[in-house]
Design a protein around this ligand. Sequence first.
Ligand code: NAD
Length: 258
Amino acid sequence: MLDLTGKKALVTGIANNRSIAWGIAQQLHQAGATLGITYLPDDKGRTEKKVQELVEPLNPSIFVPCNVQDDAQIDSCFQMVKEQWGEFDILVHCLAFAGKDELTGDFSGTSREGFARALDISAYSLTRLAAAAKPMLRSGGSIITLTYLGSVRVVPNYNVMGVAKAALESSVRYLASEFGPQAVRVNAISAGPIRTLASSAVGGILDMIHHVEEVAPLRRTVTQLEVGNAAAFLCSDLASGITGQVLYVDAGYEMMGM
Ligand code: NAD
């Protein structure tokens, strides 16, 4: 039985009720996990208020800001985790960013700055958070990240984010190899296209969704809660033999030839 009772899970990447991280947080909570939530702070404190109201029904025991581009903020976030929990079991990395200019038009037009920023936030952050979590992750623990098919196939307008996701998936394999001896598993979920704040920055996202609805074996795309269910499975002892993998939760789209 899928049971996360007694497990503590730190979830990053909730921006609003469309976020994939919100689907994951709900399903981890339903399976019995205790939650800690991080959010990306803004100058006016609006995100903090919005996310806090959203997650309140899940009773998170930790609620902290964590901009993954800011080492001091990462350190104080994990200091808080150490003080509150001492050890924990699950780290959910569910965040990404690329400038709108990079997510449309020719890939060769990617700027040096845009490339570095997309790779820093969307790929390097997994390694940085994993390093901060490493001394506190209990045996049997799990790290999950979110990726997309654009890492291995050319998807119009996905551009530099595809390169970032390729780096992210490779990072999953290196981290899985490193963390395996301490019985911590590292996996990625490759989700089908879902309308969210982040995906709406990708040029033609609605066309992508319609295409999947026509071509995928299940004739639809997936929901945040379906991704949440797969995350709960991968974080549970039911997946104890699975590490370093990319699990496609995309209604079957990935394996279609035409
Ligand atoms: P979202 O906009 O709800 O979530 C993206 C999150 O990234 C937000 O919470 C945002 O605050 C956070 N973020 C951005 N910059 C950050 C920073 N510097 N520090 C900390 N957090 C930062 O969109 P989403 O679609 O739920 O995206 C979540 C993950 O799922 C991303 O990795 C995305 O690439 C991946 N994904 C999305 C889809 C899709 O179609 N929506 C498909 C496959 C994979």
